[in-house]
Design a binder for this molecule. Structure first.
Ligand SMILES: [Zn+2]
Length: 309
């Protein structure tokens, strides 16, 4: 199929069929195929078809964007979730996670707490230290749609660790991290993903109704019962980031941001290199279900001792 027009100096052929006839009459043309874009030529001395890294400059530009229209998480529900993270952090020094679901029948946000195992190590001084959280995203009943997840970094900073980013490649939606749990309010960080691309959600009022104070006394006991804790072992498998899925690749290092009233990413996309936590802060990771596991972050200065059982 040929695409041409007054503004397109070189026609583009969409290759929809392996048997597409070669356009003998064209001196130069592009072919857009599943293998990429190719610049092709017919000259008196050769016929060529060469892969192109760049698209025709006559085409209009397009920047990635993600415009959120999620229902906002009710304030009291978020305060209960943070109460839950506080309780688990205080009781076990462990991270914890919940899933955000949309109840189509009730037209309301619902929190689902999956079975989860927190891995907790000990610093050289014997202080418990959260290392990692493992859980599977359960099959949800048909009336629940998964919107995203929230997990805690206990008293670590709120950010998306390398392991978080790998886990979330195949999970479109909201990914909220709660850190500095000893503070009130704690730190809250949110990124949204679609098709493996990450967007920083800087304006939390897009997704949260607000936050006043944590509600530890309103944490349902069945949430707490979903959390098991195991001591971290230095023999725990920690695979290479190279084993992450294909969509987890680079180029995702600077998520455009979603700000207030923005219909697209702010041009000053957050520079993750600048925003990245200091190495001594980046031991946390949350390992969720299906995606291939990623690397454990660098260990903190006051790291779990390698000799921990
Ligand atoms: Zn995390």
């Amino acid at each position: 199929m040929k695409c041409s027009g007054a503004h397109l100096l070189t026609p583009i052929y969409l290759k929809l069929d392996d048997a597409m006839p070669w356009p003998e009459q064209e001196r130069a043309f592009y072919v857009l195929s599943r293998d990429g874009l190719f610049l092709c030529r017919n000259t008196p001395f050769f016929r060529s078809c060469v892969p192109m890294g760049e698209f025709p400059s006559e085409l209009a530009g397009q920047a990635p964007f993600m415009k959120l229209s999620y229902p906002r998480i009710p304030r009291r529900l978020m305060e209960r979730v943070i109460g839950f993270f506080d309780l688990i952090g205080d009781r076990h020094a462990s991270e914890a996670a919940v899933l955000i679901a949309w109840n189509r029948a009730a037209n309301a946000i619902e929190i689902v707490v999956p079975d989860q195992v927190g891995l907790v190590g000990k610093t050289w001084s014997g202080k418990p230290y959260p290392i990692e959280l493992e859980y599977e995203v359960p099959a949800l009943p048909p009336h629940l749609a998964l919107l995203g997840d929230i997990h805690s970094h206990v008293d670590g900073p709120a950010y998306a660790s390398s392991m978080d980013r790998c886990d979330e490649v195949y999970r479109p939606g909201l990914h909220i991290v709660v850190g500095r749990i000893l503070d009130e309010p704690p730190q809250i960080h949110c990124e949204a993903t679609a098709d493996g691309y990450r967007f920083s959600v800087r304006d939390l009022s897009l997704i949260l109704e607000g936050y006043h104070r944590r509600r530890i006394d309103e944490v349902p006991p069945d949430w707490v019962a979903k959390v098991a804790v195991k001591p971290w072992s230095s023999t725990h498998q920690c695979d290479s980031p190279d084993k992450a899925g294909p969509a987890s690749g680079a180029a995702r290092t600077s998520p455009p941001s979603l700000g207030s009233g923005s219909s697209g990413p702010a041009p000053q996309a957050q520079d993750r290199a600048d925003a990245a936590p200091k190495p001594e802060e980046s031991a946390h990771g949350t390992r969720a279900s299906s995606p291939p596991p990623c690397s454990c972050g660098p260990m903190p200065d006051d790291a779990p001792s390698p000799s921990q059982p």
